[in-house]
Unconditional design. Structure first.
Length: 589
């Protein structure tokens, strides 16, 4: 263990000398308090250390001990349903030990060493195994089967494999490598957080990640294995959008990183998630969720680690063959931590004081998402879909973090303060947002949801864009100056906005909408527009068209329960056709 001496303390940055034998990114223990830190810069025998705990009271001359290992996470059964801090310390365990405030230098195992898990072998003695092969399974929760994999770098023949109840540190199998060395395999693995876990092949994203949020799934879809950004000013609903995606996205595992946001937002997650039922299994959503909380009142340097901790845990579940949804709320706070450390290191600042390497760091994070074939004899397909919230100061989307993020991500859900103030949620601006996966995913929707999906979607988008253009004219000369066709466009666009895109996250039924229901809702609204257009062409009175009684039912259709969708919507379609026919029969008379 290398021992150095502190020569300077500057907030979370500690400089120590006598560290020549230490390596970059080694974890160190600082002072007799044994604070956790990580070497981020070396000059000769001087090491610059970012400390993940409060450094008040430290001074020159105190010792620094190197562990000789990089910052790593522990991976194994027992992670699901837990809440960790930015460096994977279990917060519930810490509270049991020292109360509500985290004591400096506390050292707690990330995963319970005493709990026994029922291990079922998936290989037999004499079988040939390589890195990534599944040697057995553990039923971690009622939803998640934890697949125990051969660690990276191990290949050989199974000498022994055991069945029964074991702790994560017990040997569950022995593998004889080609050089004759016997390796004991345990359920616990460690992986350095700054190194992406290897895989066999990266695949193009081809299927959508269904979120149940209509504005996202219909207009700006995200592919499984895709990356998205949610920028928006204060109060525009970034956190609620992230919560909704964490709750309802059709991912097998959710990793939620609260990075530098307010503590009450993480409290909301902790209070809500155990109560919520997974729509697919009926079990608590916590049964498939890992939470990482590094709130704004925690040491700033740990924010930087929390993002890497989260993505490494996500990669581990991806390698098992699961689809993982990763929420980072928010990457702006992570970038602020980079800026603070860069300033204390006296590096040359880039735009707005952020370090020159900001763009490459953001790219490195998002590049670890994707859809892959994992290592192993029969590689499994898994994916990580990364969704990062961005909090630009004052809602200025031209600031460096937002711009660096938009250069990398393929989906931009731009939150609009003016929509939020009008109580239109999700406040995703349909004129600013985009999804570069749209064309590819429209083909999937046409095959799996309905043949005319892409036509309905394109027509709805066209109406919203035409509405924005017509609003300029309305402001100048009033709505009565418009032609009946243009007035119908405005009315149909209003219906799309208010009856379709507007969604109540706190309503039992409206909080989640299946793709089938989304299709039926959109088709209903567009049918009103198509039939109304024909009626106007044959001389129908525009006021009578707008006053049709069925319009009230169309507006309330979103509150229809999933099991009643076809019956209710068929009835509304029938009523719409009858009232349109009656309107047109008046024209003939």
């Amino acid at each position: 263990m290398v021992q150095g001496t502190i020569v300077k303390v500057s907030g979370p940055l500690v400089i120590a000398e006598g560290m020549r034998e230490a390596n970059m990114f080694d974890v160190v223990r600082v002072s007799e308090h044994r604070l956790i830190g990580e070497i981020i810069e070396m000059h000769g025998d001087r090491a610059s250390i970012q400390v993940y705990e409060e450094t008040a009271g430290l001074g020159p001359g105190e010792p620094v001990y190197s562990t000789g290992a990089p910052l790593s996470v522990e991976l194994g059964p027992g992670m699901i349903g837990k809440i960790y801090d930015g460096i994977q310390r279990p917060l519930e365990k810490i509270r049991e030990m020292v109360g509500s405030n985290i004591t400096r230098g506390i050292d707690v195992a990330s995963i319970d060493r005493n709990k026994k898990w029922m291990f079922k072998p998936a290989v037999e003695k004499g079988a040939r195994v390589v890195s990534g092969d599944i040697i057995g399974t553990v039923q971690e929760t009622v939803i998640v089967e934890h697949r125990i994999m051969v660690p990276y770098g191990v290949e050989g023949t199974v000498e022994e494999v055991f069945e029964g109840e074991f702790t994560i540190e017990d040997t569950v199998a022995r593998v004889k490598k080609d050089n004759g060395e016997i390796v004991d395999l345990k359920m616990l693995q460690k992986w350095p957080v700054r190194v992406g876990r290897p895989y066999k092949e990266k695949l193009p994203p081809e299927s959508p990640m269904i979120t149940g949020q209509r504005v996202i799934d219909t207009l700006f879809p995200l592919a499984k294995g895709g990356v998205a950004a949610v920028p928006g000013p204060f109060g525009s609903g970034k956190t609620v959008v992230q919560h909704q995606l964490a709750k309802w996205a059709d991912a097998d595992i959710v990793v939620y990183i609260g990075c530098g946001e307010r503590g009450n937002e993480m409290t909301d997650v902790l209070m809500e998630f155990p109560e919520l039922k997974d729509p697919r299994t009926g079990e608590s959503i916590m049964m498939r969720t890992v939470l990482i909380a590094n709130t704004s009142d925690m040491p700033v340097a740990a924010r930087e680690a929390s993002i890497y901790t989260g993505i490494t845990i996500a990669e581990y579940f991806r390698d098992m063959g699961y689809n993982v949804a990763l929420m980072a709320d928010s990457t702006s706070r992570w970038a602020e931590a980079l800026r603070e450390m860069s300033g204390r290191l006296e590096e040359m600042p880039g735009e707005e004081g952020y370090p020159a390497y900001l763009g490459s760091r953001i790219a490195q994070f998002y590049e670890r998402a994707g859809r892959v074939i994992s290592l192993g004899t029969n590689g499994r397909e898994g994916s990580i879909s990364a969704i990062g919230a961005v909090s630009p100061p004052g809602g200025d989307l031209s600031e460096p973090v937002t711009q660096a993020t938009l250069r990398i991500v393929k989906v931009f859900w731009g939150l609009d303060a003016s929509l939020a103030y009008r109580r239109h949620f999700p406040a995703i601006n349909w004129l600013l947002s985009y999804s570069l996966y749209s064309d590819m995913l429209d083909e999937w929707m046409n095959r799996n949801i309905a043949r005319d999906w892409s036509v309905l979607k394109a027509d709805a988008m066209r109406l919203l864009q035409e509405e924005a253009e017509l609003e300029e004219i309305v402001r100048l000369v009033g709505v009565d100056a418009l032609s009946p066709a243009d007035r119908l466009t405005l009315e149909a666009a209003k219906s799309i906005r208010e009856d379709y895109l507007h969604q109540n996250a706190f309503h039992d039924v409206d909080t989640y909408t299946s793709m089938h229901k989304q299709y039926r809702m959109l088709k209903l609204i567009m049918n009103y527009y198509y039939k109304g257009k024909k009626a106007i062409e044959t001389g129908a009175d525009i006021k009578e068209l707008f006053a049709l009684p069925v319009r009230e039912r169309i507006g309330r259709a979103k509150y229809t329960r999933e099991d009643q969708v076809d019956a209710v919507f068929d009835d509304i379609e029938l009523e719409l056709n009858q009232q349109m026919d009656a309107l047109r029969s008046k024209e003939v008379v």
